[in-house]
Every structure is written in C-alpha cells, then in structure tokens.
Design a protein around this ligand. Sequence first.
Ligand SMILES: [Zn+2]
Length: 179
Amino acid sequence: MKFNYCPICGRKLEIKDSWDEGGVPYCPVDDIMYFDTPKPCIIVAIINKDKILLLKQSYIFKDSKVLLSGYVTNGETVEETVHREVLEESGLKIKNLKYLGSEYLSSKEIIMLTFMAEYDGGELRKSSEVEGVNWTNIEDALCEMNQDKIGKNIVKKVLKEIGYIGDKAYRCECDIASD
Ligand SMILES: [Zn+2]
C-alpha cells in the first residue's frame, strides 16, 4: 500500500531518499518511513493420511473450496500464525509444518506464505467465520477447488511431497475455466 498521509499524525508525507529503496514516503514529525509493503498471509494444506482439510468460504470463492488461510498479526512469527489460524478455524492441532514457497496476489497486495502440515490431534470444529470445514480425499481436492488457483498449486506440491503416483488426483485439471 502506498502511503500519502501519516497514519499516526495525519500529516502529508514527504519523500525521503532511502539509500537502497529510492524515494520513500516519510513523516518528519514521527520520523517514520512508510515502505510500500504487502500484507503477509499464510495458507496451509493440512494432511491426515489420504485426506486434506478443505474449507467453504463463499466470500472468497462462491463455487469452490479453499485451503485454510489467515493474516499474519503484528507481534507473532509466521509459524505462530499458522498454528493459531488452524486452531481458530478448525479446532485442530498440527505438526511437521513445512514451507512450500510464496505467491504474490497483486489484486489484494497480499504475499501468501504457503505451507503443508500434518494433523496432530483435536476434533474438527468449525468457527463462525467459516461456512464449512471437512476432510476431503486428497484425490478429490483439485476438483473441489476449481476456482482457487493458488490453493491448487499448493495441493500439487503436496501431492509431490507425499509421493503420490497416479492420475486420479489430476483428473479435473483439463477443464478449468481460465482467467
Ligand atoms: Zn506523522
């Protein structure tokens, strides 16, 4: 997000030269540079044997299931975000968290930090923020997530990570509506 005014004092920001970043909006009163940074967000594929946890969140995609996701809160590590969001949205505990890389969502200025994890206990319990949360056979995941491009990339990485062989999991990949 590009800042024009100081979020603390409301003053119009000046442009100050930062030796490695070029001109950066700056408030001389609060002595803060407001860098154009993205919002960090986590997204995690939770695996339980041959199942994967999928959510229904109509505000994200009307006709598609998604992986569990959430914003990183200031003051916590990204790993803490993953554990917190999983517990809040599903009631589950996870283990063996593994980073799978990042994806940038330019429309929302979000940097998505992607993970996989294994189920480590707890009863599935839906939070009020979530319309539905279910264990889905991993071979059906790509079909159920037809609109969620980033989520599907993660599932494909997970299929590689778990050593999946076969074609069944990929059967819906030819009829995606391109965007
Ligand atoms: Zn200020």
